[in-house]
Design a protein around this ligand. Structure first.
Ligand code: NDP
Length: 497
């Protein structure tokens, strides 16, 4: 078969290895009725799963984590075959996913469990209680580029919060999705708590309309708009983890070797097919040339191919045209390729490409390239770098290489996450929330916010004694009304207006 093409035929979907065309897996395509049936089964399973309580779920999730860790090589080999990414890249991805399962399992009770909160003086006779309840069923739609880490960022947190999950993996990575659900079923065989449905976009759209309590979507901004529109029909809340065009700022006091190394990993690991991939670098003029020289020297050392190399194939064949267009368009507008260039695209591979002098209106600056390309732009100072980094509608992650102004620059970056003197670190930091702003989406996976994302706040008050100010009654006395007015002025009327 044509490498990387997913074939839909006679009610089945077949994924192929993007480097060799070898068949990886064939799965039945779910019709809207199948999707509805899966959600109905999940609703039942969700009752059982929620009933296990935080400790019961933590134990199952930890057993799943242990199982995945013990079968790590099997998982990474499957990810390698279905996406083409180098084996060790798949290992890093899986390691990060295991950390998230572990953290979500271990912290769900603390973050979501029942607790008492303070009462305020006007209602001091009531105690206040807060807990976070599961939605019941959470639908998850995932992309192909990190088929383990990205969906598990939603799935592990949704499960820890007490939800059942129905997951629609990308048509390019159905086998990885099925493997994840099959292994979960080994630690929770009683009920279908975590199910996978296969298909193309219309199967995902059916999931949006199937009555799930919440929909967690990770994918492109264009699809996110369709998902949100479909969810709006039933007022189904959505979490959107969409695309990005992340920038790195290299200030004059940066460690240039570290910055060059990180820019290369940030831009070209997984052949650049990373939502938080660094695609644009803004280097201050004083260090620009030296940074470009060190980056280019490293980029020329990268190897490209199917096995044991730095860069694997482009997983989704259609992306090759986008990458080629971005390179050609940049060069046509006056950019220079210091590494790679017009011949970099050699299907199914793309060779490392570093572009300088790329004008701001070029597609390589404005749109997600999703290939092993980097633009490096010379700026007068870090403030200009910040202005240009922030000039796009996207705002997912980003990186700052600096010393003196590092924190200020990180704070100033319009994004959901910024790493200082490294790239991607926030994605593996399970204690931190992950998500973007603007066209990169909203809502958060990972960390405490990621747990709360898949749960509904439930507030309870409990009257403990009679009210000193019983005004919530048609039969209140005028004295109580006067007392309330005096209390309001005393409590809130202080200070200069
Ligand atoms: P797509 O948006 O093409 O697809 C994402 C998922 O949505 C797939 O499972 C897809 O199914 C499904 N889908 C497609 N159309 C619809 C529809 N109308 N209704 C419901 N679901 C639908 O993204 P890619 O898979 O190409 O992933 C790459 C994108 O994901 C990049 O933009 C990347 O930046 C982003 N991404 C964002 C991350 C983040 O955390 N912010 C992390 C990883 C990736 P099918 O594949 O069958 O078409």
């Amino acid at each position: 078969m044509t490498p990387g093409i997913t074939v839909v035929d006679d009610g089945t979907l077949t994924s192929t290895n993007p480097a060799t065309g070898e068949t990886v897996g064939t799965f039945p395509v779910a019709t809207p009725d199948d999707v509805a049936a899966a959600v109905a089964r999940a609703r039942e399973a969700g009752h059982w799963w929620a009933g296990l309580g935080f400790d019961g779920r933590r134990d199952r999730l930890r057993r799943w984590r242990a199982l995945l860790a013990q079968r790590l090589e099997e998982l990474t080999a499957l990810v390698h075959r279905e996406t083409g990414k180098p084996m060790f890249d798949a290992t890093i991805e899986a390691a990060s996913a295991l950390e998230h399962i572990d953290w979500a399992a271990g912290n769900a009770r603390r973050v979501l469990g029942p607790r008492r909160v303070r009462s305020r003086v006007l209602v001091a006779e009531h105690s206040a209680h807060l807990e976070y309840r599961p939605y019941g069923v959470v639908g998850v739609i995932g992309p192909w580029n990190y088929p383990v880490l990205t969906p598990l960022g939603s799935i592990a947190y949704a499960l820890a919060a007490g939800n059942a999950v129905v997951f629609k993996p990308s048509e390019y990575t159905p086998a990885v999705g099925a493997w994840l659900a099959d292994t979960f079923a080994e630690v929770a065989p009683e009920h279908p708590v975590f199910q996978v449905i296969h298909g193309l976009g219309d199967t995902g759209a059916a999931l949006c309309r199937a009555g799930v309590g919440k929909l967690g979507f990770t994918g492109s901004t264009a699809t996110a708009r369709k998902v949100m529109a479909a969810c709006a029909e039933t007022l189904t809340p959505v979490l959107i983890e969409a695309g990005g065009k992340d920038a790195m700022i290299v200030d004059e006091d940066a460690d240039l070797d570290a910055a060059a190394d990180a820019a290369l990993w940030g831009g070209m690991s997984n052949a650049g097919q990373t939502c938080i991939g660094i695609e644009r670098v803004y280097a201050v003029s004083k260090v620009h040339d030296e940074f470009v020289a060190r980056l280019a020297e490293r980029a020329r050392r990268l190897t490209v191919g199917a096995d044991g190399t730095h860069l694997g194939p482009i997983t989704m064949p259609a992306q090759l045209d986008v990458i080629r267009h971005h390179i050609d368009d940049a060069l046509a507008r006056g950019a220079h390729a210091v590494v790679g260039g017009p011949d970099a695209v050699q299907p199914p591979y793309v060779h490392p490409t570093v572009l300088i002098d790329v004008p701001d209106d070029a597609a390589a600056i404005r749109e997600e390239t999703f290939g092993p390309t980097l633009t490096v732009t010379r700026v007068a100072d870090a403030d200009e770098a910040l202005t240009r980094a922030n000039a796009l509608p996207y705002g997912l992650g980003g990186a700052v290489f600096a010393r003196r102004r590092a924190i200020a620059l990180a704070r100033g970056m319009r994004s959901g996450m910024t790493s200082i003197n490294s790239v991607f670190t926030f994605a593996g930091m399970s204690t931190l929330p992950f998500g973007g702003v603007g066209d990169s989406g909203f809502g958060r996976i990972h960390g405490e916010d990621g747990l709360r994302e898949f749960a509904v706040a439930k507030a309870i008050t409990y009257r403990r004694m009679p009210s000193p100010l019983p005004v919530l009654s048609f039969f209140r006395k005028p004295a109580h009304e006067r007392l309330l007015i005096r209390a309001v002025k005393a409590l809130y009327g202080r200070g200069k207006p």
